[in-house]
Design a protein around this ligand. Structure first.
Ligand code: OGA
Ligand code: NI
Length: 354
């Protein structure tokens, strides 16, 4: 396996929330109680639903209406649901089933894939950088799935038996879908498609299952704390019907109601930078259900390790670059480093501090 630069962001090991939820329900450990969780306002306005985009319409539709809706979705929402996306239904069903089965395995079996100090691959929790830090009510299983020659075989699960093969098929299809979306984004931004897709040529892709156990005091904990993704694009599915994803829109949290079979797609920090802020990488978080577990599967397409990321000339307009051009490996370090201070790495790029 090669020198794995993009994977040097270790996480401090912490207890598995799935087992706290099973055993200590009378009292939630203090590290998981997040005072802010209760006081934030959540929009009840049913009309505020994220846009729905049809990939077949984007690719083959007449008149450009769908391309215009796609542009608006990326610009004003940074989030949309993608239907008619062409990813094989059987592959999606299989990954959902295997993900559920994996999390049903006894702790000892899952621990065979436990995260190790130097990396966030495997089974554990993400973003734990300090002993004092508040913790998310969530366990994860993560793999760096691309580039292929940097896969770490020891983290690829053999239980359930089909899991590794299912992951492989799933991430390959999503890699293709990502490229289609990037080509369409380039078209809408007036940038040569190759210029955008080249930013992730032989790039890094992460696969992550988020497992959110139920919590009787669901409003006191957070499944995944507010963040924006460092990716170009993120593709997410919910494994069961339990909802929990919320996005920040004009200062309030808006709940996402996933359409069956759709991907929830979001613009990540890298596209925000490349598009000079024309497209937005929106903050989002995961909430917890009091009675039922929730699982989601996210696939993050990141720029190629070692490249520089900054606004394309074609999108500068009259106002000039609003983001500094940064080495993306440096950006990823700041992304994890600023997490604890509650700062966004993206804001530091705007200020020229990275
Ligand atoms: C993520 C994420 C939200 C969810 O994995 O980055 O934002 O609904 N997940 O699980
Ligand atoms: Ni996210």
């Amino acid at each position: 396996m090669g020198e794995n630069k993009a994977d040097e962001y270790g996480s401090i090991p912490v207890p598995n929330v799935q087992y706290i939820a099973m055993n200590e329900l009378k009292e939630i450990p203090g590290r998981y109680i997040q005072p802010k969780a209760e006081t934030d306002s959540v929009s009840m306005d049913e009309s505020r639903e994220i846009p729905v985009i049809d990939l077949q319409e984007l690719l083959h539709g007449q008149g450009g209406d769908q391309m215009a809706s796609f542009h608006t979705a990326c610009k004003d929402w940074g989030f949309f649901q993608l239907i008619n996306h062409g990813v094989t239904e059987g592959v999606i069903e299989k990954i959902k089933g295997d993900a559920e089965e994996f999390f049903r395995l006894p702790l000892e079996k899952k621990k065979a894939y436990a995260q190790q100090a130097e990396s966030v691959q495997g089974y554990g929790q993400a973003f734990v950088v300090s002993e004092e830090q508040k913790l998310d009510w969530c366990d994860i299983f993560a793999l760096r799935t691309f580039p292929i020659d940097e896969r770490l075989a020891k983290f690829w699960p053999t239980s359930p038996p089909s899991f590794s093969e299912t992951i492989e098929r799933y991430v390959e299809e999503l890699q293709e879908l990502n490229l289609r979306l990037l080509e369409l984004i380039a078209k809408n931004l007036g940038v040569d498609a190759d210029k955008l897709t080249n930013t992730c040529k032989n790039g890094t892709q992460w696969f992550r299952i988020n497992y959110y156990p139920p919590c009787p005091q669901a409003d006191k904990v957070i499944g995944i704390s507010p963040h924006s993704d460092p990716s170009l694009i993120t593709l997410l599915i919910q494994v069961n019907e339990v909802e929990g994803l919320q996005i920040k829109k004009n200062g309030t949290w808006v709940s996402v109601k996933p359409l069956p079979g759709a991907f929830i797609v979001n613009i990540g920090d890298a596209i925000e930078m490349l598009s000079n802020g024309v497209y937005k990488s929106i903050e989002h978080r995961g909430t917890i259900n009091p009675e039922r577990e929730r699982l989601s599967i996210a696939v993050f397409q990141l720029p190629t390790s070692g490249i520089l990321v900054g606004p394309f000339e074609e999108v500068l307009g009259n106002s000039g670059a609003k983001y500094k051009t940064v080495d993306y490996d440096e950006y990823m370090k700041s992304y994890f480093g600023t997490k604890l201070e509650g700062k966004r790495a993206l804001d530091l790029v705007k200020l020229g501090e990275i």
